[in-house]
Ligand binder design. Structure first.
Ligand code: GLA
Length: 420
């Protein structure tokens, strides 16, 4: 029987079939608060925040090309504990890193990144301090002790970076009583990553985290930043994450390279189709007619991006028709294109996706995030989670001599303060 993706209430929590993998956010944050006191000592009121990670189901490498994307937030993410200080120092520490805490002064914030994890939250401190300065409120900002932690795999394609940046923006806004609108916080997080950390990322990740709703996919059009929600029937479908556990150190450089190659394709093709404002606007017939003017690399990148726009619209129609198999088929096509044309896959991810294609009850799979390692996202019929997990583990272990991590996550409703 075809599973239906029907219109359901986005706010209804799903009865998750694998409750042992669900996150107890309040419990996890309570232990994070104890850790905060161990690091910074006891004292006045500490505020606790949670910010989710995200998975993208369709629209791979489309955000910086102006295309549509379909991400959703997961119930794994960043924990942030914050307490005001009496001075103007901001101290950023993490339970996930061995390195020492970073301490900066609000009156002399650094202007260059340090190539450490703390660049992400520090970029956000700088952005929010700039906003406060613009309204003459900079001197009102207090110093802060901040402890980060969480349970989202880092560098795995689940956007731990947007999770930390958007979460930091929400936590600082609350601690400094800035009263900024949600979209201002999301945009500040995006600027932090682009301007301070130096990744030329698109808008998808901070928007997916900041605008998340449970049991829904976000439909975000990255050309005009309009968005809506597509209900996901979690009674019949589960979203899985298969982590190859491959982490590529140089992924940031390779990502920026893809952005540049897409820009090159746009610059050449938009001379032939002058109404185009981004690569997403280029028609397939323009591409085929003028592809000889592109370098072989730019040609391959454009042959991923332009059909991926069509696949993403087709996937949305499948979802709206309740055709989960049709949606899953687009995911498999996307993976093949990411592997052969965009060249961001690795053998470990290809093995996971091939194995998913042969697993009973697995409707779709593709690498998620930028690629170069990390995770594959799986669309699985409810009830088939254990058999899909077993099949992927078996095939992967036979080839690589070690097991991947296959989990089924719940959805999440976005960054928030969690009272103790
Ligand atoms: C990374 C980037 C996103 C997006 C994806 C690929 O996660 O941060 O902006 O480009 O890769 O879809």
């Amino acid at each position: 029987m075809r599973p239906r993706v029907s219109v359901g209430s986005p706010d209804r929590m799903s009865a998750h079939s694998r409750s042992e993998t669900r996150l107890d956010v309040a419990g996890a944050l309570a232990s994070h608060a104890r850790e905060f006191e161990r690091v910074f000592g006891g004292g006045s009121h500490t505020r606790l925040f949670f910010s989710p990670g995200r998975i993208n189901l369709m629209g791979a490498h489309l955000d910086y090309n102006g295309g549509p994307v379909m991400p959703t937030a997961v119930d794994r993410g960043t924990f942030i504990a914050v307490r005001a200080r009496r001075d103007r120092r901001v101290v950023l520490a993490s339970t996930l890193e061995d390195s020492k805490a970073l301490e900066v002064d609000l009156d002399s914030l650094p202007s260059a990144r340090m190539a450490r994890w703390s660049d992400y939250p520090l970029g956000v401190v700088i952005e929010l301090a700039l906003i406060a300065r613009a309204s003459d409120r900079e001197k009102e900002l207090s110093g802060l002790d901040v402890l980060f932690g969480g349970n989202l795999p880092v560098g795995a394609g689940l956007s731990s970076s947007a999770s930390i940046c958007v979460g930091t923006a929400f936590a600082l806004d609350a601690a400094w009583k800035l009263g900024l609108a949600r979209m201002d916080l999301v945009d500040a997080a995006l600027r932090a990553e682009r301007n301070f950390v130096g990744v030329q990322c698109g808008i998808m990740d901070p928007y997916a985290v900041g605008l998340a709703r449970s049991n829904s996919l976000l439909w975000l059009d990255c050309k005009d930043r309009t968005y809506s929600y597509l209900p996901l029937d979690t009674e019949t479908l589960s979203i899985g994450v298969a982590d190859s556990l491959v982490r590529r150190e140089l992924a940031q450089g390779a990502f920026n390279e893809r952005v540049a190659q897409c820009r090159e394709a746009f610059e050449v093709l938009s001379r032939r189709q002058t109404d185009a404002t981004c690569l997403r606007d280029i028609r397939f017939d323009t591409l085929t007619e003028y592809q000889h003017e592109l370098s072989s690399t730019a040609r391959k990148r454009a042959h991923h991006v332009i059909p991926e726009v069509a696949r993403t619209f087709a996937a949305r129609s499948s979802l709206q028709r309740g055709d989960a198999e049709g949606f899953g088929a687009e995911m498999f096509r996307t993976h093949a294109s990411l592997r052969d044309l965009f060249e961001v896959s690795v053998p470990e991810l290809d093995t996971l996706v091939d194995s998913a294609a042969g697993a009973e009850g697995c409707l779709g799979a593709r690498l998620t995030g930028a690629g170069f390692g990390g995770c594959a996202v799986l669309l699985v019929q409810k009830g088939s989670e254990a058999s899909v997990q077993a099949r992927l583990t078996l095939d992967f272990t036979a080839r690589f001599g070690r097991a991947p991590r296959v989990d089924f996550y719940g959805g999440d409703s976005g960054p928030r303060e969690i009272s103790r």
